[in-house]
Design a protein around this ligand. Structure first.
Ligand SMILES: *Cc1c(COP(=O)(O)O)cnc(C)c1O
Length: 413
């Protein structure tokens, strides 16, 4: 019925999806081991920034227990860490990948814990949306001295303005910024920023949250002088949620020993454990790691960063054209060409109500997301995850139908 694969062996060529097959099979799987606790719910398509849709084959790869002392597990950890560096396009001689249990925010917080010096550290957070603001919140909670520099949510972080700020006040030991600000879809110029930051404050640590872009939007860590970059398994690499990871400049990381105010989120300690024993310090997400091995195989079969970008761009193109035809207006101007997620303004039609709109789409098995920008009423549609052009055609047809049911005039004016 389903095949359980050992993760480090060569891959059979599997279709990335086969949705019809996928729905019936997953129902069968669940009913075969039917429990009192969960009913075999309907499979949904997630047009969201996370959790994201993942393939059946990725989910199947998790259907196996594996002990954490098992040699297979230890080699799996090693395999994944080195694959992540390969995907990031950096050398094992200079960079290291450190996985952290939990969602993406755990890795963001771990970097602040680890990379901001306890005694003299001061962070500069550049924000133009909710995820940047969250970094400020983390500094607040960790009692890290910081300055948050805000930029409009519909524009990129301005390099010139950052340069002026740093010339005025170079007393920062870390600068942090989000690559793709998932609340709006803006892609920040993180490489250019890194070059300016290292020119003006060469001894600082540069931290990029590339959570929703890693694996689909090319990013040159070396050229951008990025010391720490974080992402999670359940974004563009399409694994099942369970852990996140930092890709760190090894020398920088080694200098961070003793900084962390947290034991569980100490990247240095986690790194030491992984290097010395090949083990996580605390219970590892074994099933999730097995699934991630399969996710990486599918990522490579699709052609890596390039292949994934191609599909996501096509998803976004279909969405953009279709929504435009229906009269929906994007939150961002045409100068933004990110293809991870798109924010749409609520139609002005008095019959529009987001809750109803959302629920009606949800009933059709299509999940969109509320907006997250402060200065406009928006909803968001993600183009990442295990979604294909036909899914966007389906979504667009459903949106049209729902608008008609809600008596919203089309095209929206
Ligand atoms: C998804 C995401 C995160 C992590 O959010 P979690 O809810 O902790 O997974 C952080 N930053 C960005 C830019 C994201 O898109």
């Amino acid at each position: 019925m389903y095949v359980v694969q050992s993760c480090c062996k060569s891959i059979p060529t599997v279709a990335h999806r086969g949705i019809g097959f996928c729905r019936t099979t997953s129902v069968r799987l669940i009913s075969a081991t039917s429990t009192k606790f969960s009913s075999p719910g309907r499979e949904k398509k997630l047009f969201t920034p996370g959790p994201l849709s993942v393939s059946l084959t990725v989910r199947e790869a998790a259907l196996r227990d594996l002990g954490s002392r098992d040699v297979e597990f230890i080699s799996t950890v090693k395999f994944l860490r080195s694959k992540l560096l390969q995907i990031a396009g950096v050398s094992e001689n200079f960079y290291t990948a450190v996985p952290v249990q939990g969602s993406g925010t755990f890795a963001v917080e771990a970097v602040f814990h680890t990379a901001v010096a306890k005694s003299y550290g001061r962070a500069l957070v550049l924000e133009n949306g909710a995820y940047g603001k969250r970094m400020g919140k983390i500094c607040e909670v960790l009692k890290i001295p910081y300055h948050i520099e805000s930029f409009p949510e519909n524009s990129k972080v301005n390099v010139r303005q950052v340069e002026e700020l740093l010339m005025d006040d170079p007393s920062f030991s870390m600068v942090a910024v989000v690559h793709c600000e998932t609340s709006s879809g803006v892609i920040n110029p993180v490489v250019e920023l890194g070059q300016s930051i290292k020119r003006l404050i060469p001894n600082s640590v540069y931290f990029v949250d590339a959570m929703s872009s890693f694996g689909a939007v090319p990013l040159d860590l070396e050229r951008g002088h990025i010391d720490f970059m974080v992402s999670s398994v359940n974004k563009c690499l399409q694994g099942i949620p369970g852990f996140a990871y930092a890709i760190a400049q090894t020398e920088q990381l080694l200098q961070c020993k003793g900084n962390s105010r947290s034991l569980a989120l100490d990247l240095c300690d986690q790194y030491d454990g992984l290097e010395k024993t090949g083990q996580f310090r605390f219970t590892p997400p074994t099933h999730c790691m097995l699934a991630f091995c399969q996710a990486i195989k599918e990522f490579e079969q699709e052609g890596g960063v390039h292949g994934r970008a191609k599909r996501y761009k096509e998803n976004r193109r279909i969405l953009q054209e279709g929504m435009k035809k229906l009269g929906f207006e994007e939150f961002l101007g045409p100068e933004h060409d990110g293809y991870i997620i798109t924010s749409y303004k609520y139609p002005k039609d008095k019959n529009f109500n987001f809750k109803t709109f959302y629920s009606k789409l949800n009933e059709k098995g299509l999940v969109i997301y509320p907006g997250k920008v402060l200065n406009a009423d928006c909803f968001r549609i993600g183009t990442i995850g295990n979604l294909f052009p036909e899914d966007f055609h389906e979504l667009l047809a459903a949106i049209e139908e729902v608008c008609k049911e809600m008596n919203i005039m089309l095209p929206i004016t």
